[in-house]
Ligand binder design. Structure first.
Ligand code: HEC
Ligand code: HEC
Length: 434
């Protein structure tokens, strides 16, 4: 069941539920062994592995195309920013920065989460505003603070201009299209489909914790085991549950436990300090997506796998160390004040969640022969498109193309509304005076 939701739904040939689901509980013996472990793990399932999210049509060719697009900075306005700039798969799948930096050095409002294991999330972004990896990938290409293309067509035109790319799209998607027109092959749908196929391969199984869950009592150190007990005693797994330590896993469609409040105990004096210091209550959280007050400061529960490699922490990227983020969580979400030793033990436990990163090789990218891929007049050309887009956006109040925390656009809308109201009032008083 979970498999069907962890996989995506935008495929022409959706994977049949039964194809993937049984992979998780292959081996009953392992479960029995786990019961004999000295310390009961907070989550008794190990990393489900690539098979769990792999899809029937994730062919080698498609994954390779997706990988090239993922690494290709030439699809960004300035030719300098690729997905890998902010989600560096040579390391923790993030950018090690507080908030992300895109084209022209512009920074966005939130930190880049890791792409490792992102295929297992039931929803994408800190506030869950995309359901699937493919849907997610549409955002950064056109976000001003990320790859900065004026619109998707401009990005696709860059790809269409490279014969090598068009040929690859034809190999992967040719059967679905009549003829070989680059416009029909190099579509947004196919582009994000290929990127998502590559992202699904970014899985890190077989951490010390997984080995322990599978019955190897020696896989974790004593300190890690102590930390695991503290993690449980404090109640961290009430939110960080399931095999990804990322919240409710089995029935994501219920929506419960996928998002959790942060902070929960904003009146805990220690937490009050953290809120101030780390800007924890400046974004609306999920309320920015749903417009529902009940969703204020609700966030997708982030995975704790490989978390030792994704500092700095939280959506604001303001919490500098793993230890500090444990203290923040304890005070703000559990109203607890763990000792230094407990904090260090929990940090040690969290390092047991670091899995095996599959080797990544920089792909060769197809190149146009003797021609520049970034047009000499890109800036001027894009200015026109951008102006047009801004005019359109003003008319329909469209914020879909924006990849920032949506509260930002709501803020802009509020200001616009205030101006409109003021203008109307001025008009009204004028008429009254006449
Ligand atoms: C300038 C930096 C930047 C670039 C470039 C960028 N991203 Fe991101 N990415 C982010 C930030 C920041 C977020 C979180 C935004 C939010 O939640 O509001 C994010 C979120 C994501 C997520 C969601 C992960 C999760 O746990 O919710 C995925 C997956 C992702 N990006 C993949 C991509 C892909 C694929 C590309 C290229 C097409 C890309 N990103 C380009 C910064 C970047
Ligand atoms: C009430 C639910 C809840 C509880 C309980 C909870 N967390 Fe969290 N945790 C979250 C949410 C939601 C976030 C994301 C918050 C944000 O970005 O502002 C988070 C973020 C984190 C992060 C940062 C991850 C990142 O990638 O930046 C770490 C580390 C963490 N939690 C560890 C813990 C530990 C350890 C405990 C127990 C002491 C704990 N959490 C208890 C919900 C919870």
């Amino acid at each position: 069941m979970a498999a069907a939701d962890a996989t995506e739904e935008q495929s022409a040939e959706p994977v049949i539920e039964g194809d993937v689901a049984p992979q998780v509980q292959e081996d009953d013996e392992e479960d029995d062994e786990a019961e004999d472990l000295p310390v009961e793990p907070p989550t008794e399932e190990s990393h489900p592995g690539y098979e769990y999210i792999e899809r029937e049509d994730d062919t080698e060719e498609k994954i390779e195309l997706g990988e090239q697009l993922y690494f290709d900075p030439r699809i960004s306005e300035t030719g300098t920013i690729s997905c890998n700039t902010c989600h560096n798969v040579m390391e923790g799948g993030d950018d090690s920065r507080p908030v992300a930096m895109g084209v022209h050095g512009e920074t966005g409002p939130v930190a880049s989460p890791t792409v490792w294991n992102s295929g297992f999330h039931h929803t994408q972004f800190w506030d869950g505003r995309a359901d699937t990896l493919a849907e997610q990938a549409e955002g950064p290409i056109v976000a001003d603070v990320e790859m900065g293309m004026p619109d998707h067509e401009a990005a696709l035109d860059r790809v269409r201009a490279v014969d090598g790319y068009v040929e690859q799209y034809e190999d992967v998607y040719g059967d679905e299209v009549d003829g070989d027109d680059p416009e029909d092959l190099v579509t947004l749908e196919n582009t994000v489909d290929a990127i998502a196929a590559y992202e699904r391969t970014l899985v890190t199984p077989n951490s010390s914790y997984d080995q322990y869950v599978e019955g190897d009592a020696d896989a974790m150190t004593d300190q890690q085991l102590d930390g695991m007990e503290s993690f449980q005693e404090l109640g961290c797994q009430s939110c960080h549950s399931g095999p990804m330590f990322s919240g409710q896993w089995d029935e994501p469609e219920s929506g419960e436990g996928v998002y959790q409040p942060h902070p929960t105990f904003d009146d805990n004096p220690q937490c009050e300090e953290y809120i101030e210091e780390y800007d924890l209550m400046e974004n609306p959280g999920r309320a920015g997506v749903t417009d529902d007050e009940a969703d204020e400061f609700m966030y997708k529960v982030p995975t704790l796998r490989n978390v030792e490699h994704t500092a700095p922490y939280m959506h604001t990227g303001q919490v500098p160390t793993l230890e500090e983020s444990i203290r923040v969580m304890a005070a703000c979400n559990l109203d607890e004040d763990p000792s230094d030793e407990e904090v260090e033990d929990i940090a040690a436990f969290l390092t047991s969640l670091t899995g095996e990163y599959p080797d990544q090789e920089m792909p060769r990218l197809p190149n146009p022969s003797g021609e520049s891929m970034i047009p000499m007049d890109a800036d001027a050309e894009f200015e026109d498109i951008e102006e047009e887009r801004d005019e359109d956006a003003d008319e329909v109040g469209d914020d879909d193309a924006d990849d920032g925390i949506p509260g930002m656009t709501i803020g802009a809308a509020v200001i616009a509304l205030a101006i409109a109201t003021a203008a109307a009032l001025v008009g009204y008083t004028r008429r009254l005076n006449e």
